[in-house]
Design a protein around this ligand. Structure first.
Ligand SMILES: Nc1ncnc2c1ncn2[C@@H]1O[C@H](COP(=O)(O)OP(=O)(O)OP(=O)(O)O)[C@@H](O)[C@H]1O
Ligand SMILES: [Mg+2]
Length: 215
């Protein structure tokens, strides 16, 4: 699990969108030995790359379950046997979604929408799951649940690229981290080392601590 942290406007979402093929980019992007240059979004999905975008982009006028089934497109297309059983795995991970399977996605709460966005990405059985600020706008308890879920996925063998404002939580779960500042990599290293780096503490962790104290 790799995390990218950095201030607003650093280019974190831009990086993920470029990796997914939503934005053009220069340089090389290699995934699992394959050069992704020139591959469309759908082709990247078929190779096992999935993105939970910052704006979530759910189908608001469709029920929860239909949103999940649409996420299973890759598995269906690859004729993965029992791809529908993935639905049960997602419901196990997020029982709340099972309770609300018939509810329109547009009427879900912020935390539930987040669960649905992650669940939908998992339906494609990705090898690499990219998460853009999964803790955004969520209550601390829900954030803890989301991070526990992310940790479970890592244990299950999914590679994760995590973009977060919540640097403390991100560096706690990740193996390796990058600090992005105005489009450039400022620092990088094992997450544990970054969490102990004076510059990171002062700029990212110290601020988180004082705002937590203020709240
Ligand atoms: N299409 C665009 N046209 C002009 N500027 C853009 C465009 N897309 C992104 N930007 C700018 O590029 C910078 C990086 O944006 P990006 O969304 O990647 O930031 P971020 O690191 O994800 O920030 P945040 O933590 O606020 O989500 C921002 O200053 C943004 O305003
Ligand atoms: Mg962003």
């Amino acid at each position: 699990m790799v995390t990218v942290i950095g201030p607003n406007g650093a280019g974190k979402s831009t990086t993920l969108n470029a990796l997914m093929g939503l934005l053009p980019c220069r340089g090389t992007v290699r995934f699992d030995g394959v050069d992704l240059a020139g591959l469309e979004l759908e082709e990247r999905v078929m190779l096992g790359v999935a993105l939970v975008p910052e704006k979530r982009e759910l189908f608001g006028t469709m029920p929860v379950e239909d949103n999940l089934v649409l996420g299973g497109y890759r598995a269906m297309k690859l004729r993965v046997p029992n791809w529908k059983s993935e639905l049960e795995r997602v419901y196990e991970l997020f029982p709340r979604l099972k309770e609300r399977r018939g509810q329109l996605a547009g009427t879900l709460s912020g935390g539930e929408r987040q669960m649905l966005a992650v669940g939908r990405a998992l339906m494609s059985r990705p090898k690499l799951l990219m998460l853009d600020e999964p803790s955004l706008g969520l209550a601390p308890l829900v954030v803890r649940d989301i991070f526990t879920t992310i940790d479970k996925l890592r244990t299950a063998g999914v590679s994760i690229l995590l973009v977060e404002q919540n640097a403390r939580a991100a560096l706690e779960v990740a193996d390796y981290g990058y600090v992005l500042e105005t489009g450039e990599i400022g620092l990088h290293g094992p997450a544990r080392e970054l969490a102990g780096d004076a510059r990171v503490i002062e700029t990212y962790l110290g601020a988180a601590r004082s705002s937590a104290a203020a709240a």
